[in-house]
Design a binder for this molecule. Structure first.
Ligand code: FAD
Ligand code: SF4
Length: 501
């Protein structure tokens, strides 16, 4: 039996490998010309695939590794040599990918059998049993799912009760580090000969793509990913929770795990990531607020996003309940803005294809939401700019969570003014804009956009859950103040569009 694995299914124990001696891997190149993917993303995927190939060969598998323009071209070559072959593979979490692959194989006279993707913690059936029958207007909330997964798996459970007595310790996870705090180390995985060869290939073939190549720090093998995990657990996990929502000038990683790229490639399974984290709590090496916070991200949010995406596609991809139509302003590409917070976040993405969760949610997508960017266009930007971006995870996060294109996974938009940025970062003190001003020449752009956003979308948002407090503030503003806000918001939009914000 031949097993066909994709570039995001690189686990040595992926289910089909148990019954195979022959493995097919296809490195397709043309797709990466359709969008200017970050060179580090392309390097990561191609290098991880080539390392996986070598590892499988070392373990005795016969590997056919095809480099081609498209899957179709590669399969033409494969079936010329292996006519009528029956392939076995793992389901892909990306919408439509399995049908397309089955079609490509059957057009060439073969068959493709796909089994449940065991690189996730939970199965489709588990989520569907929890969520019930499909309904066109269905909505889901992460917290209920998360508790269900903990009960089902026994992770961080004490009998029927959550360890420590509470399900969620988020209230302890909203601090910012004091000025004298030194961030813990970030592991670096220096490119080896294989990665350097891929870097050269990427530079030659995709030379004009957006993003820097020189700061490549990502693990491309299971061994390096395991080291990254161990490093996180021993060095950054203890403070992960406390500073989980913090942002700081000049700091791209803080105490985040930086494991999303390895998880999404399949180099690590969620359970493998969560077990040492829970063990660190049990041995007294990490506090519960950090451990629970991390566990929730991995077994709660990550699994939740994947299943909600599956249930909400294809509508999710183009969802735009607020009718937002603006194009992404040029600062998302060149980082050229006086806004200290956004300049930092865009630079992080440009330099490493990474920004941490709060930068993604409360800076990069919050600004686009308030500005009025079309969620699909923002999704494209995230999709091509981040090393961990795959359609199944980027789309629910950007279109659902960040843009509030639909209420399928949250009941209110993640919209915030400078107040939030100032509370969670030190950016405002280094910024020429005035965080407390809403109108006037140097008023923080977030503020007028925020109030204007609430006013513009009043009809949709006022009645939705948990927006009452925000609208009680809007109601205190008189017509003259609202008019001044609208003018300032228009001016901010114009300046952002012409690159002078
Ligand atoms: C607008 C937006 C876009 C995003 N795009 C992506 C994306 O393309 N790919 C991606 O993997 N994550 C995405 N996320 C989720 C999250 O921001 C990243 O997973 C996280 O920042 C990765 O960094 P880390 O590994 O250091 O995470 P940590 O902060 O250390 O968190 C631990 C792990 O939890 C998981 N996780 C946490 N939150 C989420 C979430 N909302 N959805 C899925 N997994 C989550 C990740 O696997 C992550 O590695 C996005 C979030 C937002 C708001
Ligand atoms: S003042 Fe406004 S633009 Fe400047 S860093 Fe603060 S939130 Fe960002």
């Amino acid at each position: 039996m031949t097993v066909w694995l994709l570039g995001d299914q690189l686990h040595p124990d992926a289910a089909p490998l148990g019954s195979a001696d022959h493995v097919l891997l296809i490195e397709a190149h043309a797709f990466a010309e359709r969008r200017p993917y970050h060179p580090q993303k392309l390097t990561l995927v191609f290098s991880a695939m080539r390392h996986f190939r070598d590892d499988l060969r070392d373990r005795g598998y016969d590997v056919t590794y095809l480099q081609a323009e498209t899957f179709g071209d590669a399969l033409d070559r494969y079936f010329e040599v292996n006519p009528g072959d029956d392939l076995l593979g793992l389901r892909s979490p990306s919408h439509g990918a399995d049908d397309r692959r089955r079609e490509l194989v059957s057009e060439r006279g073969g068959t493709l059998t796909l089994v449940e993707n065991d690189l996730f913690l939970t199965s489709r059936e588990q989520f569907d049993d929890w969520a019930g029958e499909r309904d066109e207007n269905e909505t889901f909330r992460q917290e209920g799912w998360y508790r269900h997964v903990r009960r089902e798996t026994g992770i961080l459970m004490d009998g029927d009760e959550p360890v420590g007595g509470a399900w969620n310790y988020d209230e302890d996870n909203r601090e910012t580090p004091p000025p004298e705090w030194t961030p813990p180390d970030v592991p670096r995985f220096e490119p080896d000969a294989t990665t350097r060869e891929v870097q050269q290939f990427v530079a030659d073939r995709y030379g004009g793509h957006w993003g820097a190549m020189d700061e490549f720090v990502w693990p491309v093998t299971r061994e390096a990913a395991t080291q990254a995990l161990e490093h996180f657990v021993s060095v950054r996990l203890p403070e992960f929770g406390t500073y989980q929502d913090a942002m700081r000038d000049g700091e791209w990683a803080l105490c985040h795990s930086l494991l999303s790229a390895a998880l999404n490639l399949g180099l690590l399974r969620p359970r493998e990531v969560v077990e040492p984290v829970v063990a660190a709590y049990e041995s007294g090496d990490a506090p519960l607020n950090s451990v629970e916070g991390f566990v929730r991200q991995v077994i709660g949010w990550r699994e939740f996003m994947r299943h909600v995406y599956r249930r909400a596609m294809p509508n999710l991809g183009s969802a735009n309940q607020l009718g937002q139509t603006a194009s992404l302003p040029p600062l998302y590409w060149d980082g050229e803005t006086e806004m200290q917070c956004l300049s930092e976040a865009v630079t992080h993405v440009h330099d490493r294809g990474y920004a941490h969760h709060i930068e993604r949610l409360m800076l990069l997508s919050n600004f686009a939401l308030l500005y009025g960017v079309d969620p699909a266009e923002l999704n494209e930007w995230f999709h091509l700019g981040f090393v961990d971006a795959y359609h199944w995870v980027t789309t629910p996060n950007v279109v659902g969570m960040g843009s509030f294109g639909t209420d399928v996974l949250s009941s209110k938009p993640y919209a915030a003014s400078a107040n939030y940025v100032d509370k969670m970062s030190d950016h405002c003190s280094a910024c020429p804009y005035a965080k407390t001003k809403t109108t006037g020449e140097n008023a923080c752009p977030f503020n007028a956009l925020y109030w204007d956003f609430l006013k513009r979308n009043e009809e949709t948002l006022r009645g939705t859950g948990r927006m009452g407090l925000m609208y009680s503030h809007v109601d205190r503003k008189d017509d003259a103040e609202l008019e001044a806000i609208r003018e300032r918001a228009d001016e901010v939009r114009e300046r952002a569009a012409d690159g002078s914000l």
